[in-house]
Design a protein around this ligand. Structure first.
Ligand code: SF4
Length: 456
């Protein structure tokens, strides 16, 4: 009888893609997927450690899974595995703290999952901790993955026409607050041919939108230890943009210091490249940016935004902010609000600073009090909401082109090329567009985080 797997994913798109990969590897080894942890023989928790809060969520879930495992121990043996960045960061400590966990899998060990489960099944092991982070690690060739077996139900199925494609792993930037270089290792880029093969197959399977993933996509190919030394990120974008049938191309995440003219020109020249760019700035204060080791000043960031808007006037910019970084004065924070107002981002993710294991800033003095962090976060988010609403109101009574993501009887939802969520209703007598169709919606209502209108 087929074994049942359930995967709980925390954190970023990279983790979502890793969960898809684990799901596919397991479905090739006779597992079927279930949305219900209660029905599972194997429960994988794919974790994120970008913030303290994310880590706490993992431990509270593992606590609940202990009860589930205990409750079922007379009927079936449930295996629990922890993977992702908290697994890489905490390692054996997880099993010491949570002895009901069977497997701790580091960020480069995903592909070992079937073999390790086999060893556990055969009783060769009681627990397994696999954390090797190898500087010469090579992301396995795509073919091995046999993308998307029909039995595989994963988050991919939830977005049948949009897919993530990994182009690289790891980061060499060592921003002083960040744990990623320690949990995901050094930058490793996938060969271009492998990425293209994956994109071509996905488009042949009906995928309309591809998002290229990496912690710092702008340095794709720069620190390669694989074949395609000369390939840059703009080259990769241009090659993917030529894939027949692809309607939309996106990518995340970029580092402003590596944003060059070549990439900016792609936004002006590549029709399938969506005019939406997530460019994390983190702070508007040069003093704070220097202590974050971000490698650019607020002025340099603004100059790149100006050039981007000159080359692609309709580009929608999004970003990340950290408030309450050690030593951040009220004046520093005001500089962040000022930068937000100068750039007028369409949207932003904003968080309170929290210490991370191994990150340099954890050792910094002059930490900011929690209530001050909360007050600053609220002010920044209030300002962002006002700006996002103002951008969306500009679309009132206009027709917006969307990629349809979800439909039901009389209503549907899609996304504009600028990444705005658009809910729509049908005009009487009109037929519902299909998921994957590109259609137009006449906007009748604008909110800060979404739009609503009538499909045309
Ligand atoms: S660029 Fe900085 S913040 Fe982003 S993953 Fe790398 S070290 Fe972390």
């Amino acid at each position: 009888m087929a074994k049942v797997v359930h995967i709980k994913t925390f954190g970023c798109q990279m983790n979502e893609r890793d969960s898809e990969i684990m799901g596919q590897l397991l479905s090739q080894n006779g597992y079927v997927y279930s949305d219900m942890p209660e029905a599972a023989d194997l429960i994988l928790v794919n974790t994120c450690s970008i913030r303290d809060k994310a880590e706490q969520k993992v431990y509270s879930l593992l606590g609940q899974l202990r009860e589930l495992k205990e409750k079922n121990r007379h009927f079936r043996q449930i295996r629990i595995g922890v993977c992702g960045c908290v697994a890489q960061q905490e390692g054996r400590k997880i099993i010491e703290r949570m002895p009901h966990v069977d497997l701790v899998l580091g960020t480069q060990q995903l592909y070992q999952l079937p073999a390790l489960l086999d060893q556990l099944e055969k009783g060769e092991l009681h627990h397994k901790v696999a954390l090797d982070l190898d500087a010469n690690f090579a992301i396995p060739p795509f073919q091995q993955l046999l993308r998307e077996t029909p039995t595989q139900k994963s988050s991919a199925v939830a977005r049948p026409v949009q897919r993530y494609v990994n182009i690289m792993q790891g980061c060499n930037n060592f921003c002083s607050y960040c744990v990623v270089p320690y949990t995901r290792g050094r930058e490793i880029s996938r060969p271009l041919a492998d990425i293209l093969e994956e994109v071509e197959l996905l488009v042949a399977q009906g995928v309309r939108e591809i998002t290229l993933l990496g912690q710092n996509v702008n340095s794709y190919g720069k620190t390669n230890r694989v074949a395609d030394q000369a390939i840059t990120f703009p080259d990769l974008l241009r090659a993917v943009a030529l894939v027949q049938g692809l309607k939309r191309l996106r990518f995340t995440t970029s580092h402003p210091k590596d944003l060059d003219r070549g990439l900016i020109r792609c936004f002006a020249e590549l029709e399938v490249l969506c005019p939406h760019f997530h460019l994390p700035v983190q702070s508007g204060s040069n003093q704070v940016l220097a202590r974050m080791n971000r490698g650019y000043s607020a002025e340099e960031y603004l100059a790149k935004v100006e050039e981007l808007r000159r080359m692609r006037p309709d580009i929608a910019l999004a970003t990340d902010f950290i408030v309450g970084f050690p030593g951040e004065s009220e004046q520093d924070f005001v500089a962040t609000i000022q930068l937000l107002q100068d750039v007028r981002f369409h949207s932003s993710f904003s968080f309170k600073y929290s210490d991370r294991p191994q990150a340099r800033s954890t050792g910094f003095a002059d930490k900011i009090a929690e209530d001050i962090k909360s007050e600053r976060l609220a002010r920044l988010q209030q300002k962002q909401t006002e700006i996002s609403l103002a951008w969306n109101i500009m679309l009132m009574h206009k027709k917006v082109e969307i990629l349809v993501e979800h439909i039901s009887a009389q209503t549907g939802r899609g996304r504009s090329a600028a990444n705005q969520v658009v809910h729509f209703q049908l005009q009487p007598g009109r037929s519902m567009p299909a998921v994957g169709d590109i259609t137009h919606v006449l906007i009748e209502h604008a909110g800060p985080h979404s739009l609503r209108g009538i499909a045309q």
